[in-house]
Ligand binder design. Structure first.
Ligand code: GLY
Length: 577
């Protein structure tokens, strides 16, 4: 079991939440907004230009997978803080004609020569700078392999067709908008430190790109063209691979030609559960997202949550205690299932949920210092981005991918035009030492060659009577799982439309730090009651959730980006025809 000093982890929660969030301080306060409605299909993404690329592919007759791959490549150009070809992620696909759900894992892997103590100084302390901002922070990128696998197995269009819009955006350029300016400014210091990033993310005179400027990314366009021409091999072998390896050699990184050539995206069985008559399908390990979303819904379904009142102190208390227990299990039991045993079925067992529910006092906070994972006691009786796609045949895609922090490590591959991820920090560098999101882990998530670091990404599809009714997911590092949880509860249990569900202020507990993080929008009397119950609070002046969702009802689709942030888009097929 893992314990951690409280003061350190409070600071880390601040770091964790700020690395994924670059927006202005927008006050959420129960924002009400309307979803975009469509009959013919829709793409919802954090960047409207990329969502439009996907919607146009649907309008041209492509299916949801074609549109998802096109959107993924377009985001690599228009949303450089998270969209990527140098990172990795997870894609959930539902095929309507086969009534089949597939989970595609294209998470980065540790280079073969990575080892357990890679980020420890000689004194045994974790070197966070190397773990987060060096060439060694990079895992072997998985995005290109994941997109190609999805398209080859489930798409209908050629790679050339779906990647062409991204090539044009990179080659001819696009007009920088305000959210991109702001996010670039937020990371300008880090990006300026790396010569390739300084060349790619600033004007030639060194000034920051401003809203209204035209931004061309010629080297990225060349890398995308190589993928269009040669498929996966156009990234993992040949010119681009040579550039990645040269970059590693120049910066003492570990990724080799062999690491790149042997990288594989894999299909996994979705983790599934039920919640009050709905069926949930989400991402299994090496993401912790699906397991803990289902575990928390299992704990919560026995309670009459609407009777407590949405975002009342009683509601926040019960959810926070539920989150505390789920994240304690996460730290203890989750890792890459190809390397360590992960007790997925035990963690999502309804009897275990009931055992955990019984351990929750309805009036008093548990101290995390007195609580650790109880799975063994129970005897069985930053920056990430998400987009959702739905086509008119009923196929659905839920995709979350990332560079980890906003702009990853800030290091670009010189000559290839893209940023490297810093996903190696999602490993547990040392048991008991928190990562960039303040998350703890143990040996199960220790660094090892070819292993995938544990993730919180939670791309999810929810069904009623076998038909999809909601597709959702969010960025936000460790807060992803609890953002998705609350979006699901707001929509399914509190009957809010998807735009309202998305725009509500959210809260988060992750066991350590032992504090409830609160987005803006909670009343002072609510926070006073929570304090009187023994909760420590970490009130944030920024929104961290940014879910991108589509719901379905009466043969209509209802889409919503998180309107508390600018730049996103829910783009219907009707609007691009
Ligand atoms: N890099 C954030 C996550 O995968 O959870």
């Amino acid at each position: 079991m893992i314990r951690k000093n409280l003061a350190t982890v409070f600071v880390l929660l601040s770091v964790a939440l700020s690395v994924t969030a670059n927006p202005p301080a927008i006050i959420a306060s129960n924002a009400q907004s309307q979803p975009i409605i469509s009959k013919q299909g829709m793409v919802v993404a954090q960047d409207a230009i990329a969502a439009k690329v996907g919607a146009k592919i649907l309008a041209q007759g492509g299916n949801a997978i074609d549109a998802a791959v096109a959107t993924g490549f377009a985001l690599a150009v228009t949303l450089p803080q998270a969209g990527n070809i140098g990172g990795g992620g997870f894609m959930m696909v539902y095929l309507a004609d086969k009534d089949k759900t597939i989970a595609i894992d294209y998470r980065e892997t540790a280079p073969e020569t990575a080892y357990r103590d890679l980020f420890l100084n000689p004194d045994g302390k974790v070197n966070n700078s190397i773990a987060r901002f060096s060439h060694r922070s990079a895992g072997v990128p998985g995005t290109v392999a994941g997109m190609v696998l999805a398209l080859e197995n489930y798409g209908t269009m050629s790679l050339k067709q779906v990647i062409q819009p991204a090539i044009e955006l990179a080659d001819k350029g696009f007009i920088v908008d305000y959210p991109l300016t702001e996010s670039l400014q937020d990371r300008s210091e880090r990006l300026a430190q790396n010569p390739a990033s300084a060349k790619y993310f600033f004007n030639p005179d060194g000034s920051t790109l401003k809203a209204g400027d035209k931004w061309q990314q010629k080297d990225l366009a060349k890398s995308l063209k190589l993928i269009a021409k040669h498929g996966k091999e156009g990234f993992y072998t040949g010119t681009t691979a040579d550039k990645i390896v040269a970059e590693m050699k120049a910066g003492d990184g570990l990724i080799t030609h062999t690491d790149l050539a042997s990288y594989k995206a894999v299909e996994r069985e979705a983790v599934t559960g039920t919640y009050n008559g709905y069926e949930i399908a989400s991402m299994p390990p090496p993401s912790s997202g699906g397991v803990h979303l289902i575990q928390m819904l299992n704990i919560l379904e026995a309670w009459d949550l609407p009777a407590l009142g949405h975002n009342s102190a009683a509601y926040i208390h019960r959810l926070s205690e539920t989150m505390r227990r789920a994240y304690a299990d996460r730290a203890e039991h989750l890792g890459d299932p190809d390397h360590v045993p992960v007790p997925t079925q035990r963690l999502i067992n309804k009897d275990y949920a009931s055992y955990l529910r019984d351990s929750i006092s309805l009036t008093k906070a548990t101290a995390s210092a007195d609580y650790g994972s109880t799975l063994e006691d129970f005897k069985e009786s930053t920056q990430t981005t998400h987009y959702s796609v739905w086509d008119k045949q009923g196929n659905v895609v839920s995709n979350t991918y990332t560079l980890n922090f906003s702009y990853g490590s800030g290091i670009s591959v010189s000559g290839a035009g893209f940023l490297l991820n810093n996903e190696m920090d999602d490993f547990s560098a040392k048991p008991g030492s928190p990562n960039g999101y303040g998350l703890l882990g143990n040996e199960k998530n220790a660094i090892a060659g070819t292993k995938r670091p544990l993730s919180s990404m939670t791309p999810t599809i929810i069904f009623k009577d076998g038909k999809p009714v909601l597709v959702t997911g969010s960025p936000g590092g460790s807060t992803i799982i609890t953002t998705v949880l609350q979006t699901v509860l707001n929509h399914l249990t509190f009957d809010m439309n998807i735009a309202q569900a998305t725009a509500q202020p959210k809260f988060h507990h992750q066991w350590y730090p032992d504090a409830i993080g609160l987005e803006p929008g909670f009343s002072k009397d609510t926070t006073a009651i929570l304090k009187s119950m023994g909760h420590k609070l970490s009130e944030r002046n920024r929104v961290w959730g940014k879910s991108q969702s589509i719901s379905a009802k009466d043969d209509l689709l209802f889409g919503s980006t998180d309107t508390r942030w600018t730049g996103g888009g829910a783009i219907s097929v009707e609007s691009v025809k």
